[in-house]
Design a binder for this molecule. Structure first.
Ligand SMILES: Cc1cc2nc3c(=O)[nH]c(=O)nc-3n(C[C@H](O)[C@H](O)[C@H](O)COP(=O)(O)OP(=O)(O)OC[C@H]3O[C@@H](n4cnc5c(N)ncnc54)[C@H](O)[C@@H]3O)c2cc1C
Length: 529
């Protein structure tokens, strides 16, 4: 076991009581942990598997106000998200950057209709706008989207939003919280809540790497477990009382990754209304093109949901209608699926739901358990502030002024970005930490190369020493995004990554098992139904 993990576990096992324990290390939990730590509270953040292993590594990678919500008239939500978009881009320029989108128009009314809405989007962003919305001729649309379907094209609209590396931002949030004093641990599921006199006063967690149980006391427990919030709410009940009705109705979204040749250049393509009324994106990201997504209700909540046949067909068919070359199943380099935690109804436990008008929901149970779910990646910071406001209102924590994370750069943030997020992954994603990376053994030994980027031996060492990676999957799925970009290539790197991790993590690390588990996962990311 790495010495840092050993120290972290010792800090949790020492019987110290925290102000706040956050359960779940996705966008929401990492955001809450950072906000609370930055306000000077003592915080422990526990993640069952790895940071962002759930929904937070499976987003479309957009830092956006949500043009769709504007169409629904939800102006306050869009304004807040546009504000948060600018905040994230400023605080993590190595991981989140502006991206220009082009909406091709095939009917004369489309460009003026959508253009007016997008001008409103600009107006709502105000001084935090990323660039003006522009009307395009057909030939200019083609210049910006060289592979756009030209048949029937009459023009287009260009507008600005942002894109990011979702898993690395979650990790940066957790590490920034750590730098502010939070005790942060992955591979440590919470298995039970401690209750005294009807109040929740702590958690019991299992160290999934070294074994052993941790009992951690806190004034306030935040359940930020995304689609799993109902499992934790079920832990919060007296024996004998009926189970609470669940609040989450998961809906899955599929993404297919194809080569950049399908969408060369630096502009994303947005189809606001597909044949059946859905939104479709083609987004240049890390040297590849993301196509997606879908919105399909499902009853079960699984760690690695598989796509449905119709979802894959929908994405390929619709992409083919707007691109000059139709992507086929053989062109798909990786397929990944995320579950949206949609909230279906409120709690039944005297829980107050002040945030109903917002996309996310915060519930405070009679026991004092604070549950937060829903929302979107872009608004994680505003959600964290709302969670803390609920903790203060219920007197779980003493009130302390907010807004402290608005101008708080995340770990590694340089003053400005050096390389576009559309370029293959590489050292630029480490920002100011690139010099630490280059000082490690193997900085020039590339396991996988793509243009000026790729995965070096030093990156694997950095993942183990500084980024809490504990498995081949942690490295190839979320420290480096190769699993998401090209699953077959990721499988080919599993052996080399396992060997380097064995050197870094020592005798407790089972390299063969970690490699085999990753290879099985990579197979799923290559399998289309
Ligand atoms: C297909 C899709 C595309 C999206 N695209 C975008 C986008 O482009 N832009 C955007 O802004 N938003 C987007 N979103 C929304 C965004 O991804 C989510 O709102 C966000 O990631 C939810 O984060 P979370 O932390 O609440 O959940 P999660 O990321 O799922 O985190 C919950 C964590 O809790 C952990 N956990 C569960 N049980 C326990 C336990 N007992 N103990 C400890 N830990 C536990 C899990 O392992 C998990 O890591 C998208 C969502 C989907 C599904």
């Amino acid at each position: 076991m790495h010495s840092i993990r050993r120290q972290t576990i010792a800090a949790l096992a020492a019987g110290r009581s925290f102000d706040l324990v956050v359960i779940g290390g996705g966008a929401t939990g990492c955001g809450v942990a950072l906000d609370a730590a930055a306000r000077g509270f003592s915080v422990a953040l526990l993640e069952a598997t790895d940071f962002a292993q759930g929904t937070s590594s499976r987003a479309t990678k957009l830092v956006h106000g949500g043009v769709r919500y504007l169409a629904q008239g939800n102006v306050s939500l869009v304004r807040e998200a546009l504000h948060e978009r600018a905040t994230l881009l400023a605080n993590a320029p190595h991981l989140a950057q502006p991206l220009a989108f082009v909406m091709p128009a095939y009917k004369l009314w489309e460009a003026p209709f959508y253009g007016v809405g997008l001008k409103m989007y600009d107006a709502l962003a105000g001084s935090r706008g990323l660039g003006p919305t522009e009307f395009l001729t057909a030939s200019r649309t083609r210049e910006l989207l060289p592979t756009v379907q030209m048949r029937g094209l009459v023009g287009g609209v260009k507008y600005w939003d942002g894109q990011f590396d979702d898993a690395r931002v979650a990790l940066a949030l957790a590490r920034t919280a750590q730098a502010k004093g939070a005790v942060v641990l992955n591979h440590c599921p919470v298995t039970a809540l401690v209750r005294e006199g009807g109040n929740v006063t702590g958690v019991i967690a299992r160290d999934a790497i070294g074994g052993g149980e941790l009992r951690i006391a806190a004034k306030c427990i935040v359940n930020a477990t995304g689609v799993w919030v109902d499992d934790v709410r079920d832990m919060d009940r007296d024996g004998g009382t009926p189970a609470k009705p669940g609040i989450v109705a998961p809906s899955q979204g599929v993404h297919l990754i194809v080569d950049r040749a399908f969408l060369p250049g630096t502009h994303a393509l947005l189809v606001p209304k597909t044949a059946d009324g859905r939104v479709l994106f083609a987004v240049p990201w890390m040297g590849k093109t993301i196509l997606g997504t879908t919105d399909t209700p499902r009853d079960d909540i699984v760690r690695e949901p598989a796509p449905f046949h119709e979802e894959v067909e929908f994405i390929l068919t619709e992409a083919g209608r707007y691109l000059s070359k139709t992507p086929t199943r053989a062109d798909v380099r990786s397929v990944w699926v995320g579950l949206r935690p949609l909230v279906k109804h409120d709690g039944d436990d005297g829980e107050n739901t002040k945030s109903l008008s917002r996309e996310h929901t915060v519930l405070v149970g009679r026991s004092g358990l604070v549950t937060v779910t829903g929302g979107k990646w872009t608004t994680y910071r505003a959600m964290a502030e709302d969670v803390l406001a609920h903790c203060f209102d219920r007197r779980l924590l003493p009130r302390r002024a907010g807004g402290v994370t608005v101008h708080l750069p995340l770990v590694g943030a340089p003053s400005r970005a050096s390389t576009s997020m559309t370029a293959p992954p590489g050292e630029h994603l480490y920002g100011d930490e690139a010099s630490t990376l280059q000082a490690l053994p193997g900085a020039e030994r590339w396991l996988w190369r793509d243009g000026a980027g790729g995965l070096s031996e030093a990156m694997v060492r950095f993942a183990a020493r500084h980024e809490m990676a504990q498995s081949v999957e942690d490295v190839l799925a979320r420290r480096c995004r190769l699993l998401f970009l090209d699953a077959a290539e990721a499988a080919r790197q599993a052996d080399a990554v396992a060997r380097i991790l064995a050197e870094e993590l020592g005798s407790g690390f089972d390299a063969a098992a970690s490699q085999a588990a990753f290879e099985a996962l990579a197979k799923q990311y290559q399998t289309l139904p």
